[in-house]
Write a protein that binds this ligand. Sequence first.
Ligand SMILES: Cc1cc2nc3c(=O)[nH]c(=O)nc-3n(C[C@H](O)[C@H](O)[C@H](O)COP(=O)(O)OP(=O)(O)OC[C@H]3O[C@@H](n4cnc5c(N)ncnc54)[C@H](O)[C@@H]3O)c2cc1C
Length: 306
Amino acid sequence: MASSGLASVDQIERQLTFALVGGGTVGVEMAGALAEMSRMALAHDFRHIDPASARICLYESGNRILPTYPERLSKEARRHLESLGVRVYPNARVTTVDSEGIVVGGQRVPAATVLWGAGVVASPAGRWLNAPTDKSGKIIVEPDFSVPGHPDVFAIGDTAHMIASTRNLVGIKSRTPMVMPGLAQPAIQEGKYVANVIRLRALGRPAPAPFWYWDKGDLAIVGRTYAGRICGSRVLRGSRHGSSGRAYIFISSSDSQIGCLSCSNGDLPSLPNVARYAYFLWNGVPHRTLSSGQHDNGTPVGRKNG
Ligand SMILES: Cc1cc2nc3c(=O)[nH]c(=O)nc-3n(C[C@H](O)[C@H](O)[C@H](O)COP(=O)(O)OP(=O)(O)OC[C@H]3O[C@@H](n4cnc5c(N)ncnc54)[C@H](O)[C@@H]3O)c2cc1C
């Protein structure tokens, strides 16, 4: 389009505008990745457009991005995104998405690419069963995850609304039960719990103790050079400045308590780094030096959520 010389400035601007709806983990990570792609990876790949001029706009209806994270991490993530060129708009509720772009706060923003990161609705199972649901359609389940009025039907994961006690990485119980977040960790743990409920029922044995959620923490990776993680009340974060290395990225596998550091080229982390990560994880000390940072091939590696 740009190479034909027929496109207007407005048309090119619209094509180069990326509107991200929702400043949760998905929106923040996506914004960071897009900003780095346009300003680094693709910066020299086009003759007729300048990818670095791409407008990456992140709209969040709440008053801060990463609303489920501590405020300090939100602020740092915002600062980091802005340093990458992302425009962050808190208190901005998107009301329309169409082929032209979005409407936010009554104003139209032309954008050829709109990325939705503002959540999902639950499956229609609640409606099928005429069960009580929350506002996103999740079934408000009984303590054993059975559907009210249907003791032989269970709902788990993204289909279930469950309030349960939580333990952090090291097993310390939180004071207040919480609504299970829509993440893979609770879905997996709920599946295992319900399998046991069914097994015990089949054996004619008493029901198991109430479900509790083992919260192994949350991780947000903002581009290649900033990551923040919450483990219960502990907050870890790290960034890497300079040209040669990259931020530490840690991988926490779904089955292990303690994750490990990854080198930027995907090599196995060195033992001292794993030990340092374990130490910081345990102590929750904010730090900036976890990266092995030996290589920088520009490809983020990392998995998330315990
Ligand atoms: C964009 C995005 C990013 C996410 N990132 C993370 C992350 O980084 N970490 C994390 O922990 N969680 C993340 N989540 C949340 C996580 O994916 C869910 O919480 C988790 O997958 C829930 O598991 P589930 O088994 O309940 O549902 P799902 O994993 O969605 O599984 C439901 C399955 O049922 C199938 N299905 C649906 N309807 C029917 C039907 N009528 N008949 C037959 N099959 C059907 C679907 O195709 C699907 O395969 C993310 C979610 C989204 C949308």
